[in-house]
Design a binder for this molecule. Sequence first.
Ligand SMILES: [Fe+2]
Ligand SMILES: [Fe+2]
Length: 339
Amino acid sequence: MNLNEVLTGKLTGAYQAINWNQVSDQIDQATWHKLTEQFWLDTRVPVSNDLKDWRELDDDHKWLVGHVFGGLTLLDTLQSQDGMAALRNDATTQHEIAVLNNIQFMESVHAKSYSTIFSTLNTPSEINEIFAWSDSEEFLQNKTKRIYELYHSEGDPLKKKISSVFLETFLFYSGFFTPLWYLGNNKLTNVAEIIKLIIRDESVHGTYIGYKFQVAFNKLDNQRQQALKDWMYNFLYDLYDNEEKYTHLLYDQVGLTEKVLTFIRYNANKALMNLGQDPMFPDTAADVNPVVMNGISTATVNHDFFSEVGNGYRLGNVEAMSDQDYQLSSWEAHHQPKK
Ligand SMILES: [Fe+2]
Ligand SMILES: [Fe+2]
């Protein structure tokens, strides 16, 4: 069976049932287990417990929270509606398609979870204004359109994977900074819990797509590898240039811009690491503001999945993914962090 023929409806041979007892790439199975183990829903996190903190914020900080989440909604919408569908066309195993189906659904959960936060914290007219903003804001639309166009181009499948990893591991982080900053200050902790569940998913998504990229990249000759590297670094720099402007727009009024820029350069390097490439920026974890690192390292609060009381989100009670999660030789060979 040719996988692409099945995917495009041009089946010439027999249609093949997916057999999970014969998995050709163990990373597919390990990722499926990881993602299903950490399944969660936005409706199980008691966001209304943050209303007291919310009411204490001034208008500038309320504006920031609402609009970073508007931006994140747009990016998760892109991943759920276009990103995974684009990557499915280039899948090399049936199990990869199953994993991408899981990711696609969770991207819809992510996109919806911001609406859950809005409906708790914002008035209907504020919500309308946030969506009108995210559907029109220049720098937010710029990055969304760049990624969208690559997803829908006839071009190189590897450029689609690069786009996806840049979105997952880099572009989200100008937005994620805000809830992590509040969490590090022990504010809006339930909102931050949702964001940490999203970050935990994005971490697996970026690592998995990055791995699939590396498998294909390593089969290219040196000349094609170099051309793709040049394209990748230029593309990242263009995205960073735009991200700098987006960050000023969001954060200048609360004086956090420089802290956010350090954080996003650190995450840009992590995106390159997922793709098996050397870092572009000098920033490391030690340069990121400790309040944000404190927020990102806080264990999930663990809400009870079934009763919404107590303190155990049982189905989501797993740690964020690290490089050590895949103790498979083929994985490690491609995935050593760059010094
Ligand atoms: Fe997402
Ligand atoms: Fe994702």
